[in-house]
Design a protein around this ligand. Structure first.
Ligand code: SF4
Length: 469
């Protein structure tokens, strides 16, 4: 190993004047993050070949034309995909724990010449042939959100922050949704825990928040805040701003990544949001928008126009990303995503290790892979635009810095975390996907008699004092 000794630590003869490192300017062509897809890219999809720009930018048209079943998908991309792929999709829909909804915007961004490899297809359209068995330790509500709900739809886990699930619908449905126990319609695989937008339930929520002086911060999520009507954005915003204990809150929506058209053409919704942000500012309370981009292809010239509009109106937009196998689990793709987010004024603040979610084991990757990606992207851009890699500890430990594991066994894929500020004294185990483990690890998981032994071993190892901990 080469050890570099800083000059100020060397002794003896005076060091020569250090050379100033000078980098030549880069060729602008190499700044790929600034090159956003523009023009009528949707015309390559047969069903959208005659759709004008005005129509494509209309959020109502986007919502109305979204794909919700295999027949509609086939009618839209007929001629672009081979029959075998289509049959694979039909079978995939049958076993999906999430209902399916894909916007025309996303469908137009998929490379239909390579549908199996396309990062957007992977996230939103299931195919049966890639399905892997679920991890044996998977739980439908793997983060145990329902166990921390003092009132239906409000998870109070952290001391000063709560998660308010205002509704259970989204503009699109993501295959990897952690909240597949509640979000979207029932599927053949899952009967959902319903969290409809309901004023009476919301009043109960606000009353609970008002009764807890320690609560300062609320995430308004679901489901997705894009699906709230303008008057509902106002009702929730006004109710939270009126509570003296609330210092900040955010509306959480995947909308900018999957249907940016709404920001450009739903003036009533945007005005309602901006009025709450402005009112919050006057009260010295921060109201922000949190979103969820996973791949650089999701950011186009339409996205930039939408994000510019939010920026002009003074909105802070932050992004969380889920690390998804085959989508963004390489330093190149993740690096490009982070740079592109910064370019359109969105601050990336989290990369999540993929939660254990039913029916999507093919989308998860190992903690080791996440750590490798994180190592490579840190330093690419400013620190405030560099996300933390976190593991949302299964069983309700909350988000943990992925590097802060007490123990990580790469063979069995078990990592152990503690969460002293959330659940003092408890340990939480995260599980890598079995198909990505070395052969010996896979063999142990093939034997049910080994499962608890592996967990006990990891928990015991986590208690062994180690240097630097
Ligand atoms: S938008 Fe969010 S809540 Fe809705 S399906 Fe996707 S991940 Fe789940």
């Amino acid at each position: 190993m080469n050890v570099v000794v800083p000059q100020r630590l060397t002794t003896g003869a005076a060091s020569p004047t250090p050379q100033v490192a000078s980098r030549p300017p880069v060729d602008p062509v190499t700044l790929v993050h600034t090159q956003l897809l523009d023009g009528p890219f949707w015309h390559k999809v047969p069903a959208y070949a005659q759709i004008s720009e005005a129509e494509f930018l209309d959020h109502k048209w986007q919502a109305r034309s979204s794909i919700t079943n295999p027949a509609k998908l086939l009618a839209t991309v007929a001629g672009l995909v081979p029959d075998e792929f289509f049959r694979d999709v039909e079978e995939g829909f049958k076993h999906a724990p999430m209902s399916i909804r894909v916007s025309p915007y996303l469908l137009s961004l998929i490379d239909w010449n390579r549908p199996y490899e396309d990062p957007l297809r992977i996230q939103f359209i299931p195919v049966a042939s890639r399905r892997l068995p679920d991890h044996p330790k998977l739980d439908l509500d793997s983060l145990h959100e329902r166990l921390d709900m003092p009132v239906p739809g409000l998870t109070h886990r952290y001391p000063d922050k709560a998660l308010f699930l205002a509704l259970d619908t989204c503009p699109v449905y993501c295959r990897f949704c952690t909240r597949s126990y509640a979000v979207g319609l029932d599927t053949e695989e899952v009967a959902k825990f319903q969290l409809r937008a309901n004023a009476a339930r919301w009043q109960e929520t606000f009353a609970y928040i008002a009764s807890r002086p320690e609560l300062e911060d609320i995430v308004v999520s679901g489901g997705d805040a894009f699906q709230l009507r303008a008057d509902q954005i106002t009702q929730i915003g006004e109710s939270l701003l009126a509570l003296p204990n609330i210092r900040r809150f955010r509306y959480a929506t995947k909308g900018p990544a999957v249907m940016p058209q709404k920001i450009l053409t739903d003036d009533a919704w945007l005005d309602a949001l901006c009025r709450i942000v402005d009112k919050g500012r006057a009260l010295h309370k921060e109201v922000a928008l949190h979103t969820h981009f996973n791949h650089p292809n999701e950011i186009t010239a339409i996205t930039k126009a939408a994000m510019d509009r939010l920026f002009e109106r003074g909105l802070t937009v932050r992004n969380q990303t889920v690390l998804v196998r085959g989508v963004n689990d390489t330093p190149e793709v993740m690096g490009l995503l982070l740079k592109r987010l910064g370019y359109v004024n969105v601050h990336p603040y989290y990369i999540y290790m993929h939660d254990l979610v039913r029916g999507v084991e093919d989308l998860r990757t190992t903690l080791e892979a996440g750590l490798r990606v994180e190592r490579h992207v840190r330093g690419l851009t400013a620190g405030f635009n560099t996300p933390h890699l976190v593991v949302d500890a299964p069983g309700g430990g909350g988000k943990r810095d992925a590097h802060s594991y007490e123990y990580y066994d790469r063979e069995t894929g078990l990592s152990v975390y503690t969460a002293p500020a959330v659940r003092p004294g408890q340990s939480f185990v995260y599980f890598d996907p079995i198909d990505q483990l070395p052969e010996r690890g896979r063999a142990r998981w093939a034997d049910p008699g080994e499962h608890q032994k592996m967990i006990d071993e990891a928990l015991a190892e986590a208690k062994v004092p180690r240097r630097g901990r």
